[in-house]
Design a protein around this ligand. Structure first.
Ligand code: SF4
Ligand SMILES: [Zn+2]
Ligand SMILES: [Zn+2]
Length: 321
């Protein structure tokens, strides 16, 4: 098959749009979608200026998604004095896995001349995920501990680095999976939270000034295209899967979505279009019913919705001690 735009050999056929694209035109199309999302979500506020630059902290794991996001943000904004990029990498303490992806992060940020910060569970909490999995005091999946610790460090360091926004590399498949999981679990509160945290208009997100607002400009790009972008542009992305990966339910949903997309191209896009509208309604409804009260954890001081008690992270760390 030939590229629709230039006639060179196509590297992919996007069934959802009918497009056949060569490597160069696929890359250009992905970059265009990311820039459009930055514009639509109004990620650059009017008051941003060279004197008042925005600090954008990118959660950089070294996997293809965050590496591609960092590269495209760099290519777009490296010469824009209103934007400063910082890569933030979390080391969970997973032997043979995270060390290699940290190498990818160091290589990429050195290549692009971006400031890079590395923080670890071991230094911050005195635990390593490899040991947490062995201990498992709460009888939970590895990711249930890991997610709590990661969220804590990402928000804390984003704040310490003076972030105006915290970027993550979630792609279209990730978002459609989360949407479907929230539906199937019947969790309207979670749908409202998802909207407030990263789907709704940025000015609303910033109103919740207890947290640094999130941004996910890769969320219109399917996972397979992100992987192709990393490959075509020879980016130092690390592709091995975490040995403790245990989100079995997400795996099932992923399989379901692959099948649906294959038979009904465009399913992921239509799920997200409808979901965003519904999530907006859910967020409004839940907002009126009185927001969850946020307080400071008496042990570590981080913002928590668990009233009158320590935050989830402190509870888990105590159980592990
Ligand atoms: S797959 Fe789970 S355990 Fe592994 S790094 Fe991700 S959240 Fe942590
Ligand atoms: Zn082409
Ligand atoms: Zn705490």
């Amino acid at each position: 098959m030939d590229c629709d735009r230039c006639g060179a050999d196509a590297v992919m056929h996007a069934a959802y749009s009918g497009a056949h694209l060569c490597g160069d035109h696929l890359s250009a199309s992905i970059e265009k979608r990311v820039r459009r999302r930055v514009r639509r979500d109004e990620l650059i506020p009017r008051e941003a200026s060279p004197e008042n630059p925005q600090t954008w902290v990118i959660g950089l794991s070294g996997g293809k998604d965050s590496v591609v996001l960092t590269q495209i943000l760099h290519d777009t904004f490296a010469d824009d004095p209103r934007i400063e990029l910082v890569g933030l990498t979390i080391h969970e303490g997973i032997e043979g896995y995270r060390d290699k992806s940290v190498d990818a992060c160091v290589e990429l940020t050195a290549d692009l001349d971006i400031r890079h910060e590395l923080v670890s569970y071991e230094d911050e909490f005195g635990v390593r995920m490899d040991d947490v999995v062995e201990d498992d005091p709460e009888n939970m999946a590895a990711c249930a501990y890991c997610g709590v610790f990661r969220r804590d460090l990402l928000s804390r360091y984003a704040e310490e680095l003076g972030a105006d926004l915290l970027f993550t590399g979630h792609n279209l498949d990730d978002e459609a999976q989360t949407a479907l999981m929230n539906f199937l679990e019947g969790d309207v509160g979670q749908i409202a939270k998802h909207f407030d945290a990263s789907l709704g208009p940025l000015p609303d997100r910033e109103d919740q000034d207890d947290f640094v607002a999130r941004a996910k400009p890769l969320r219109d790009v399917p996972e397979k295209e992100v992987a192709l972008y990393a490959h075509l542009n020879d980016l130092p992305a690390h592709i091995t899967e975490c040995p403790h990966a245990s989100e079995a339910y997400r795996g099932e949903i992923q399989g379901l979505l692959y099948d649906l997309e294959e038979r009904h191209p465009g399913t992921r896009h239509s799920i997200m279009a409808g979901y965003e509208e519904l999530a907006d309604v859910a967020a409004t409804e839940y907002g009126e019913d009185g927001d969850v009260e946020l307080t400071d954890c008496p042990q570590c001081g981080s913002t928590t919705s668990v009233t009158g008690d320590r935050c989830r992270k402190c509870t888990l760390l105590d159980a592990l001690a």
